[in-house]
Design a protein around this ligand. Structure first.
Ligand code: IMP
Ligand code: MG
Length: 172
């Protein structure tokens, strides 16, 4: 692959910010368990680091949603590709997402999760592109607000490539 990649956030910057997010989450949740629901696949690395930065007892679950085809722009169509295996009724839920872009994915997911009567539901995202929002979403914890650029690495892909880069890079 010879695509043009430019480092935007180094792994050190990412790790430092995640430690701060973990401390803030601990301060906000005096008791566990927190059900950390990561959205596949993009959030898998963020989940691994965030979950270890949180001291409040947590449980790990996954959901699969796809709103993107193989390109850089949303198809606008949201599909549940993997549902939860457990009931979240009466539990604190923290949705763990890699990036909020149009907000279409999270807006849909929030409505699905709320129907299942959790005790609380909040969103933690590593990245946020506020300029591109089409649907309103309440994001409780944001790692970094970023400009309208397509980024890859640290779990984020372009057509399934680049997920395993340690840094987050702008793909030109
Ligand atoms: P939304 O529904 O438009 O908010 O899209 C959210 C999903 O789109 C994220 O979970 C990502 O999978 C994907 N996405 C949005 N922007 C980027 C990007 O810059 N790089 C890689 N994936 C992205
Ligand atoms: Mg994705």
């Amino acid at each position: 692959m010879v695509d043009n990649l430019r480092v935007f956030l180094t792994s050190e910057q990412i790790q430092r910010r995640i430690q701060e997010m973990g401390a803030q989450i601990d301060a906000d949740y005096p008791e566990g368990p927190i059900y950390l629901i990561a959205i596949l696949k993009g959030a898998f690395i963020f989940l691994a680091d965030l979950s270890r930065a949180i001291k409040t007892p947590s449980r790990i679950e996954f959901m699969g949603i796809s709103s993107y085809g193989k390109g850089k722009t949303s198809s606008g169509e949201v599909k549940l590709t993997k549902d939860l295996d457990v009931s979240i009724e009466g539990h604190h839920v923290l949705i763990v997402e890699d990036i909020v872009d149009s907000g279409v994915t999270l807006n849909y997911l929030m409505s699905v999760i709320k129907q299942r009567k959790p005790k609380s539901v909040k969103v933690a995202t590593l990245l946020d592109k506020p300029d591109r929002r089409l649907r309103q979403v309440d994001v409780a914890y944001t790692g970094f607000q970023i400009p309208d650029e397509f980024v890859v690495g640290y779990g984020l892909d372009y057509a399934e490539d680049y997920r395993c880069l340690k840094d987050i890079c702008i793909l030109a």
